[in-house]
Write a protein that binds this ligand. Structure first.
Ligand code: PLP
Length: 387
């Protein structure tokens, strides 16, 4: 098997698994208890918070543990909307956000929010001048992702943060795909809220965090006990949190070499596909993209069909489409970038990890060439397997 769907999820790092195991079997105490066993859990919780805060240049008490990226995004948007309603109800976001942000905005609109959705250019980048023009006296939040999950485009986060700071507006960034791949400093980029998810950076599933600057007033997401300083009640997922912190440590320790390797593999894959597969076009920005993201449309071919054939060839990938009630909808991200439905439906996303090899990249190109040739041949003969 060749695994090229690391934007969907990653293999849990052995370091993370090793760190977690004692918190199932040995240190299983509830961090809220008063006995020694519970003290071990409290210590681990504090250490994990401190380790994660350090990776962002944040304070320990600015990290709140959650169950993942979706929860962190929901929390950031809903809590700010609740806490800042007396100032205003206007939120600025972009058309290419993950549904965890977009659907939360839709929900907030039913609660009285007004939302401006920023366009992106053909490469998937938000225009900061348009963003500044969208600012109103009642704008309370700007939420723009750090890097996109489909095309890997990296947004001008520092510029956006500077605009937010200049106008006294909170800035949230969904860094679920960027965290661990790119160095992030919340202070330098004027980020007030940041979402991340453990399983996207070799941590376990079901653990994530929200960074919330001590300047941001955020309300409780889940009501109950005093966990997470009363903001997110419920017994902590200690093994998950400890595993996520170990993974965070690992990806930050090896970031430079990991990123260099992924970038080299990525560019090799893009180069060979563009050179050797007729009608292949790169989606997203060539340089301002995550080191592990390849997104290519194959002219006249359905991404979904390619996925099935790649799977038969032992390759795990993803497309730019979402299957909803039996039909294939082209991705909102690719459409926002101005692509035709045909090109958007022909998108294939290959997301690498440092564990991939050059040999694997060459196998993928060879398999893909065969699959695309076969599908383009079928298309020529009028079969319904291709569009
Ligand atoms: N935000 C982005 C950019 C993502 O890519 C994802 C997951 O794909 C999420 C949020 C949701 O994260 P999780 O699956 O951990 O809830």
């Amino acid at each position: 098997m060749i695994y090229l769907d690391n934007a969907a999820t990653t293999r849990t790092a052995p370091e993370a698994v090793a760190a977690m195991l004692p918190y199932f079997t040995e240190y299983y105490g509830n961090a809220g208890g008063i006995y020694k066993l519970a003290g071990e859990s409290r210590k681990a919780l504090f250490q994990a918070r401190e380790d994660i805060a350090r990776t962002l240049g944040a304070q320990t008490n600015e990290i709140f543990f959650t169950a993942g990226g979706t929860e962190s995004d929901n929390w950031a948007l809903k809590a700010v909307f609740e806490a800042y309603q007396s100032k205003g109800r206007h939120i600025i976001t972009s058309k290419i956000e993950h549904h965890a942000v977009l659907h939360t905005c839709e929900y907030l609109k039913t609660m009285g929010a007004e939302v401006t959705y920023l366009d992106v250019d053909a490469e998937g980048i938000v225009n900061v001048e348009q963003l500044e023009r969208a600012v109103r006296p009642d704008t309370i939040l700007i939420s723009v992702m750090y890097a996109n999950n489909e095309v890997g485009t990296i947004q001008p986060v520092r510029e956006i943060g500077e605009i937010a700071a200049r106008y006294g507006i909170l800035f949230h960034t969904d860094a679920v795909q960027a965290y661990g791949h790119l160095p992030i400093n919340v202070e330098e980029c004027h980020i007030d809220l940041l979402s991340a998810s453990g399983h996207k950076f070799h941590g376990p599933k079901g653990a994530g965090f929200l960074y919330a600057s001590s300047n941001a007033r955020i309300r409780a997401l889940i009501h109950g006990g005093q966990q997470e300083r009363g903001r997110r009640a419920g017994t902590e997922n200690l093994p998950g949190i400890v595993g996520m912190a170990a993974a965070a440590q690992y990806v930050h320790d090896v970031m430079a070499e990991r990123s260099a390797k992924e970038t080299a593999l990525r560019d090799h894959l893009i180069h060979r596909i563009e050179q050797e597969i007729p009608g292949a076009v790169l989606n997203g920005h060539r340089r301002k993209r995550l080191p592990n993201n390849v997104n290519i449309s194959m002219e006249g071919i359905e991404g979904e069909t390619m996925l099935i054939m790649l799977d038969l060839a032992g390759i795990c990938a993803s497309s730019g489409s979402a299957c909803t009630s039996g039909s294939v909808d082209p991705s909102h991200v690719l459409l926002a970038m101005g692509m035709s439905h045909g090109r958007a439906r022909g998108a294939l996303r290959l997301t690498l990890s440092e564990e991939n090899t050059w040999e694997e990249m060459d196998v993928v190109v060879e398999k893909l060439k065969g699959i695309v040739g076969q599908l383009q041949g079928l298309r020529g003969s009028g079969s319904s397997a291709a569009i």
